[in-house]
Design a protein around this ligand. Sequence first.
Ligand SMILES: *Cc1c(COP(=O)(O)O)cnc(C)c1O
Length: 372
Amino acid sequence: MKVPFTNLKALHAPLKREIQRAIGKVIDSGDFAGGPFVERFEEQFANYCGSSHAIGVGSGTDALWLTLTAMGIGPGDEVITVPMSFIATAEAISLTGARPAFVDIDPVTYTMDPSALESAITSRTKALIPVHLFGQVAEMAPLLRVALKYNLKVIEDAAQSHGAEYQNRKAGSIGHAGCFSFYPGKNLGAIGEAGAIVTNDPQLASRLRALRDHGQTRKYHHKIIGWNSRMDGIQAAVLSLKLPNLDRENDRRRAHAAAYDELLGPIKEVSCPRIGNHRTHAYHIYSVRTPERERVLSVLAQNDIGFGIHYPVPIHLQPAYQNLGHRAGDFPISEACSKSFISLPIFAALSPIQIQAVGDALSQAWPATVLS
Ligand SMILES: *Cc1c(COP(=O)(O)O)cnc(C)c1O
C-alpha cells in the first residue's frame, strides 16, 4: 500500500468547482492585488482567531519580517527564537538587520523552553518569536511573564498552527502579533503563496497595512519606506472558501494522530508526540522520534511510505548562520531532535488502511518489540 507524505490533489479535488467559481469572480472584478477579496478574508480570519485585526501579506516569511519591521526592530537589536524551526523564522530577524539569538526547545512539546529564556536575554533583546512547532502552541504563559518583565514584544510564529489552541485562545492571538503562512501545504493553504498577521494593536495593524503597500496610506503618498507584500485577490478568495473547513480538517488530523498514537504506543523505540497542558494540537506535522533513523527510513521507503524530516539541521548549525559562531552541542535538545525526528503522513484525506500500513511498517522496523 502506497502512502504519500501529503496529497494536495486529493484535498482540493472536492473543492475544484467552487475554487474555479471563486477565481472567476476575482477575474470579473479585476481586484487581483489587495482589494475587497483580501479585506473580506482579513475580516473572516481575524474573527476566526479572535483578534481585532488581520493583515494579509505575500507569505509567512513576509508576515514575520514586516511585523519585526513595524515594531521598529533593526540593526543592533537581538530577537530570541528557537533553533528547531523552519529557517524563515530566523531569516526574518536577519533581514531586519537584527541578530537572531536562540533558546533551546522543551523535550516534551518541542517548543521554546520557558526555563531557558531569561538567561538568553541581553540589553539588546527587543522581542521573542516562539514557534508553535508542528501545530502545538508554545507554553505562552511563562514566556509572556518574562517578556513583560523585560518589556519585550512577543511575536508568535503560527505558520504551522492555524486553529490550534492554548488556554482556549487561538494560536496567533496570544502575543502582540501572530504570523501565519498559507503556503499550500499548511493546515490552511492557499493555491499559491500567502500569509497574514493578526493583532489586537490598532497602531501595529495600520503600520503593517502601510508597510505591505510601499508605506502608503493614500496612493503615491509614502510616509515610510515599505515594500510590496499585498495578498493576491485570488489567494484571498480561495482562503475565504477554505477557512470554514479548517476546524473539520484539524479534527481529522487529530483523529489520525490518535490512531497513530494507539498503533505506535506499544513500540518502545518510537516516541509519539506529546501535548502540553491546556493545549489543542493542530497536527500540521506528526513527528515521532526514533533511534537508528536511517534504518527506519529505509524500511518506510521499502514499504512505499512517504515521510519527511522536520528539520534535519537546526538553524544554529546551518551554513547560512555560520557567522553567529555556534557549535554542535550549543542546543542539545534541538540537535538530538534533528537526528531522530521522522514526520509521518497526516493530511486530512488519509484513510484508516493507510494509517495501519504506516503502523505495520514501523512495527516491521522494530520487530523485537512486536514479539515482546
Ligand atoms: C512555513 C513556515 C514559515 C514561512 O512561511 P512561508 O509562507 O513559506 O513564507 C515560517 N515559519 C514556519 C515555522 C513555517 O513552517
